[in-house]
Design a binder for this molecule. Structure first.
Ligand code: GLA
Length: 410
């Protein structure tokens, strides 16, 4: 009888187990923080550079600021072996991926890799089409923690099915892997990818400029403000463990410091993964200061996980609000004009409401302390006189508004 009960329990347990694979839940309760090789290095990737980047992530203070993933983008690949298993390029990764993952892990960091849902990656290397389970198994054996999965050479494939196949393959391989969909928003992944991956690209590729479009003939890449404008309407789809990805950062890749600051602030406010794309080994102190600003990163990593929304636009100056945990708010005043612009906020009459998160604030009634997150200075409180400032061109004023009761309860 006892035996029968045990086997019945086993059978019941089988039926109770989910009949379908799932994504690894909880790997990105807040947006991912890391680095990726593509924006700076393109196809020039090798193990030495990845090791040095991991070292620099620690030495620069980025690890301490929360950055965790060191991600190798396209072109790490060699050929598939006789049985169809992918191998790394022997010349550029002579020690192999397992040794590289061990090194990165020894620094307390995680290693990410790149593949593509099609037959070939965007860089013409072997894609995962038809090899999804083999590739997922290989990544698990190597100790990979993050997979960026691209959408080149996918004619005839259905996006949702292709991404679900890789999700299931990763799940079957058994090693928790953050799954980052890179489908450029072509098939509205925000409508179907919540259960598939931890983030999805919402646009085509970024270009390191504030407000230009770079035309490559058959495709275009986009400056910071273009990517921002493409986020319209998407905030309702994102939240903990499923984020809108605005593409990797271009901080330190050629824009002016104020533009880098605005770029980083926008990505932080909209809860995009913050994946640095510069050479961490040779950052200027301005670049480092932007990437490691703990107060700005804290907006991005806020436990509520609610994206900012644009409340108003006046003369090319935009007012973005982000509800934060514990009743705080962030306010970003973005000056899209090239010239400085004077701004004035009369707190007494300012009422902000976000129906999506069911949060509202009357800053003149309940008083909030103001902190400028780029200078670190306190800037009065909302019970005082109206706030006046000049926002430089292509720059932001970024404030955290904290309820007085939270800061000084007695
Ligand atoms: C696509 C992606 C980029 C990068 C390249 C690599 O363009 O969107 O982020 O991964 O492919 O070839």
């Amino acid at each position: 009888m006892k035996m029968m009960c045990a086997s019945l329990a086993a059978v019941l347990a089988l039926f109770a187990a989910p009949a379908f694979a799932q994504k690894f839940a909880g790997l990105s309760k807040t947006p991912a923080l890391g680095w990726n090789s593509w924006n700076k290095f393109g196809c020039n990737v090798n193990e030495q550079m990845i090791r040095e980047t991991a070292d620099a992530m620690v030495a620069s203070g980025m690890k301490a600021a929360g950055y965790q993933y060191v991600n190798i983008d396209d072109c790490w690949h060699g050929d598939r072996d006789a049985r169809g298993f992918i191998t790394p390029n022997k010349e550029h990764f002579p020690s192999g991926m397992k040794a590289l993952a061990d090194y990165v892990h020894s620094k307390g960091l995680k290693l990410g890799i790149y593949s593509d849902a099609g037959w070939k990656t965007c860089g013409g290397k072997p894609g995962s089409r038809g090899h999804e389970y083999q590739d997922a198994l290989t990544y698990a054996e190597w100790g990979i923690d993050y997979l960026k999965y691209d959408w080149c050479d996918t004619n005839g494939l259905k996006a949702e099915g292709a991404y679900v196949t890789m999700r299931d393959a990763l799940h079957a391989a058994g090693r928790p892997v953050l799954f980052s969909l890179c489908e450029w928003g072509d098939n509205q992944p925000w409508t179907w990818a919540k259960e598939v991956g931890h983030s999805w690209r919402t646009t085509g590729d970024i270009h390191p400029c504030f407000d230009c479009i770079e035309d490559h003939g058959t495709w275009k890449s986009w400056g910071v403000t273009y990517i921002l404008d493409k986020q319209e309407g998407l905030r309702v789809h994102a939240g903990p463990d499923h984020w809108n990805d605005m593409d990797m950062l271009e901080v330190g890749n050629g824009m002016a410091t104020n533009e880098d600051r605005a770029h980083f602030s926008i990505w932080a406010m909209l809860n995009s993964p913050l994946i640095a794309g510069n050479d961490l080994r040779s950052m200027s102190k301005e670049t480092k200061a932007i990437l490691t600003n703990a107060a700005v990163i804290a907006l991005n990593q806020d436990a509520m996980g609610v994206q900012a929304f644009r409340a108003s636009v006046v003369d090319g100056v935009e007012y973005w609000y982000k509800p934060l945990d514990q009743g705080d708010w962030a306010l970003m005043i973005l000056n899209r004009n090239p010239a400085p612009h004077a701004v004035k906020i009369d707190w007494a009459s300012l009422h902000v409401q976000d129906e999506m998160s069911n949060r509202m604030a009357s800053f003149g009634l309940a008083h909030y302390d103001l902190r400028d997150l780029w200078t670190g200075r306190f800037a009065g409180n909302t019970g005082n006189k109206p706030f006046a400032a000049s926002v430089p061109g292509h720059d932001v004023l970024l404030l955290r508004l904290s309820r007085r009761a939270v800061r000084s309860p007695y």
